[in-house]
Design a protein around this ligand. Structure first.
Ligand SMILES: Cc1cc2nc3c(=O)[nH]c(=O)nc-3n(C[C@H](O)[C@H](O)[C@H](O)COP(=O)(O)OP(=O)(O)OC[C@H]3O[C@@H](n4cnc5c(N)ncnc54)[C@H](O)[C@@H]3O)c2cc1C
Ligand code: SF4
Length: 553
């Protein structure tokens, strides 16, 4: 940290007589909140770098580097503007780190943290009046708008919320009517990708002394964390964020819509923008990306498809998370809650324990709803042990290479297989939380518990997102790498039918599953027995960390 400390000290201005603001790790912007409108000469910010938080879960090295590098660059950027910066290294909860500063700096303000975990950590300071929560201006909709949208009560439906928010904001609207006559063009956006048009190569970002120092820190302190550290792929400055966004606009968005659901081993992101990790820490503002895209000349299916992700899904999941207290309070009653943060199967894979067993007051490990009563532990294959299933192994290797894979791989490969194997949804959620650079509780929990698995029953989705081999074969090229044949012996075929059969009692009344349940009814007892045997065998092999092959199945 020698370079960073020196540079910060060189830029520091007099700290006296200022109003201080705590800026959490995911609010690294001066385009909203007090930093956007108050005189920099009257403001001070507290930035907390927190190895204790980093060690609570086995986070991907790339995520730790992303957060720390951006935070340090932000510190220098603000000092350059004349804002006084207090950079603190904490070795425990944020509240403890901030508390010791209050006598000197006075009451701190903070925009309401997006993460429930941070809100809980800070609750004590807020209750005693040392910390004042002010509105988070990064969101595009309010809790009132969510409550007043067409969703009076669960099940929560994204489409209804999205429509009401389009109307409220006027984005992609002509008066009261949606541009193009429809709110969604999803049905047009389902093309597989066969190598053409060429998918864009993601940009790289120059190294600088801050990044290099963070790289050394990761090597020194967080070497035991999983994942590969790739400093060249890491956007850390304002300029890097602009570079990524310019690339996304020029190279990805024109074809974003049609190939949104495609998957390929030849391209990790296809025409997806890769902006989520920067949007979630506010290096790119959601309002800015929406207004840029709304003003671009783009095919409507791409424009609407992209806007729906940010204005619809991103806002929607945040409201559901907040409104249910992180799924602790659901219409059916209180949900079970884990005492400690989970590690998503790390211990089993690594053969050693993770973290301390000490419980931190006020912080738990998250809600563990499970509508289908699933209890399979997450197999070591998710940590990189070869499974013999080319689709899974390709995506898992992508994730550990850079902490990213796009939406459909998260949904239709990783979550799909876990759901078909009855993996415990909380374990899968913890895995996603640690593995992805864009994961924070408010976004990862609804996406995994609500969408990726069927842990919430029908509260967020109308049916479980599960598929057999035909879908994966149609929408990807993974099967061309596989020892299995998607039309004959692929385990996904039986896993799919075995899943429907195991959960028949719950799923048979679901109107969206009428067709598959009718087909299940026509599957004779022998086939159903074979399906169940394949399920048991795959589960047993993967649990041991072994490879499934056409011979051992
Ligand atoms: C099982 C599962 C887990 C997920 N976990 C996360 C997570 O931890 N963090 C995260 O940001 N997203 C998560 N998502 C949503 C989505 O997959 C990612 O936002 C997206 O893949 C990020 O890549 P991108 O920037 O290239 O996205 P693009 O496809 O280019 O989409 C543009 C933007 O839309 C937003 N977006 C799209 N879908 C969603 C969504 N469902 N929820 C919230 N924002 C969305 C993101 O900000 C994204 O950057 C998850 C989805 C699933 C199915
Ligand atoms: S054949 Fe089956 S296991 Fe192999 S890649 Fe295709 S869907 Fe996946």
């Amino acid at each position: 940290m020698v370079y960073f400390k020196k540079e910060l000290a060189r830029r520091q201005v007099k700290a006296g007589g200022r109003r201080w603001l705590f800026v959490p790790y995911d609010q690294l912007t001066d385009e909203i909140g007090p930093l956007s409108r108050e005189d920099p000469g009257s403001l001070g910010i507290v930035l907390v770098e927190n190895p204790w938080k980093a060690a609570r879960r086995p986070y991907h090295k790339q995520k730790l580097a992303l957060v720390i590098s951006n935070l340090r660059h932000f510190a220098l950027e603000q000092a350059d503007r004349g804002v006084a910066v207090r950079h603190v290294i904490a070795e425990g909860p944020y509240a403890t780190a901030l508390e010791s500063l209050i006598p000197e700096l006075g009451t701190l303000r903070v925009m309401v943290p997006a993460e429930r975990e941070l809100r809980s950590d800070l609750a004590r300071l807020a209750n005693q009046g040392s910390l004042q929560f002010i509105p988070h201006e990064g969101w595009l909709s309010t809790s009132e708008q969510f409550r007043e949208s067409d969703i009076k009560a669960p099940p929560w439906k994204m489409d209804k919320f999205y429509r009401s928010i389009r109307l409220a904001t006027g984005v992609l609207m002509e008066g009261e009517k949606p541009v193009g006559g429809r709110y969604s063009f999803d049905v047009e956006n389902r093309l597989p990708w066969h190598g053409k048009p060429a998918s864009p190569e993601p940009p790289s970002f120059p190294r600088d002394p801050i990044k290099e120092e963070v790289g050394e820190l990761i090597g020194r302190t967080f070497a035991h964390h999983p994942g590969k550290l790739d400093l060249d792929a890491l956007p850390t400055t304002r300029e890097d964020a602009e570079k990524l966004w310019s690339w996304a606009k020029a190279e990805c968005l024109p074809l974003f819509g049609p190939y949104e659901d495609a998957m390929s081993h030849r391209s990790r992101s296809l025409f997806h923008t890769r902006i989520s990790s920067l949007v979630n820490i506010h290096r790119l503002l959601p309002s800015r990306v929406i207004s840029d895209v709304a003003g671009m000349k783009l095919p409507l299916e791409s424009k609407e498809g992209f806007i729906r992700q940010i204005l619809g899904w991103r806002e929607f999941v945040r409201h559901v998370h907040e409104g249910t207290d992180g799924f602790r309070k659901l219409p059916g009653g209180k949900m079970p809650v884990e005492k400690k943060p989970g590690h998503g199967g790390y211990e089993k894979w690594a053969g050693k324990p993770w973290g301390s067993s000490k419980k931190v007051k006020g912080l738990d490990g998250g809600a563990a709803p499970c509508a289908l009563g699933c209890d399979t532990p997450l197999p070591p294959a998710y940590w990189g042990e070869p499974s013999g299933l080319a689709c899974l192994d390709t995506v898992v290797s992508d994730v550990w290479a850079e902490g990213y894979s796009h939406h459909i791989t998260r949904l239709m490969i990783l979550s799909n297989l876990a759901t078909l194997l009855d993996v415990r949804p909380r374990g899968l959620t913890d895995w996603f939380w640690v593995a992805y650079t864009d994961a924070y509780d408010w976004v990862v929990e609804p996406n995994v518990l609500g969408m990726g698995t069927y842990a919430l029953g029908g509260l967020m989705t109308t049916k479980p997102y599960v598929s057999g081999a035909a879908y994966i074969n149609r929408m990807s090229d993974y099967c061309s790498l596989c020892a299995f044949n998607p039309k004959t012996d692929c385990p996904f075929i039986s896993l799919y039918w075995a899943f429907l059969a195991r959960h028949e009692a719950v799923l048979k009344t679901n109107p969206r599953l009428t067709m598959p349940m009718a087909s299940l009814g026509k599957r004779g007892p022998l086939r159903r027995k074979q399906d169940e045997e394949v399920y048991k065998r795959v589960r047993e092999i993967l649990e041991k960390g072994d490879k499934v092959t056409p011979k051992n199945l």
